[in-house]
Design a protein around this ligand. Sequence first.
Ligand SMILES: Nc1ncnc2c1ncn2[C@@H]1O[C@H](COP(=O)(O)OP(=O)(O)OP(=O)(O)O)[C@@H](O)[C@H]1O
Length: 314
Amino acid sequence: MITAEALTKNYGVKRAVDSVSFTVQPGKVTGFLGPNGAGKSTTMRMIVGLDRPSTGTVTVNGRKYGEHAAPLREVGALLEAKSVHKSRSARTHLRSLAATHSIPNARVDEVIELTGLSAVATKKVGGFSLGMGQRLGIAVALLGDPQTLILDEPVNGLDPEGVQWVRHLARQQAAQGKTVFISSHLMSEMALTADHLIIIGRGRIIADAPIEQVISGQNLPTARVKTDDADALMNALLGENIQVTRLDAETISVVGLDGRTIAQRALDHNILLHELTPQQQSLEEAYMALTQNDVEYHSSLGQQAFAGTNGKQA
Ligand SMILES: Nc1ncnc2c1ncn2[C@@H]1O[C@H](COP(=O)(O)OP(=O)(O)OP(=O)(O)O)[C@@H](O)[C@H]1O
């Protein structure tokens, strides 16, 4: 279990993490979501002692990371920008880490096999692709067969097979009773992987709940609409707390308006609808609604074109 209490990190005048308190429970996959710069990596780095909290505490199974006798066996972490000797092979890198924790070489071979690195185990790490580097990072995280796994953007750079593999790995580890904490920007993938979500925005917790509750908690009416004049319909539907997303040339998704209101607005603007289907809100839509006031880095294109929406354009 990971326990954060009033955890805060300041970088100069910038407060990256602002008094967050949460627990990450064993036996579940907990997704850690938030816009760019929200504080996810900083929080994860504090969990494994790579950053010192300005105030507050974070522990893993009741102890600070550095207080564990064999941290690799307790917590496995994939974090950005791991330092790796580029001239070493993947196997040598893993063996040297294993040696510091009295982990047998047989376990190194096991994680190489598990992470699909067998064919490149003797190749120099410096020549690895982004995806192979991610697999090696995950191999390092798994090396000590830790009770707690922390993965920062693990599917970054992975091919579809790799993405699916990370999902199965996370589910499998949680099923074994382990604590699994994963950050990601891939909502569709998170929806398939996580049991519980912690959402952070501008350093503060916005939501901490089971995934179904995060989705239904927004409880906003959602519909998919087809029309020959999607641009005109999008303009007709714009408004506060309404998200309009272009799905293809003639299809848009609307969150925040019921079917009758959408039909009435279309009628008022003389726009023909040829399909209007109520939808179950997706995690992505719930996430966009939750974080819309906490996004620090907007694209100017999205803002100008569809202020108040999540503005995906054809
Ligand atoms: N070493 C640092 N020095 C100064 N500011 C930092 C440092 N590390 C992070 N920050 C700032 O702290 C804030 C949180 O950054 P962090 O990397 O934790 O966000 P994140 O949620 O992981 O973002 P992303 O999704 O883009 O990876 C950002 O505003 C970032 O610019």
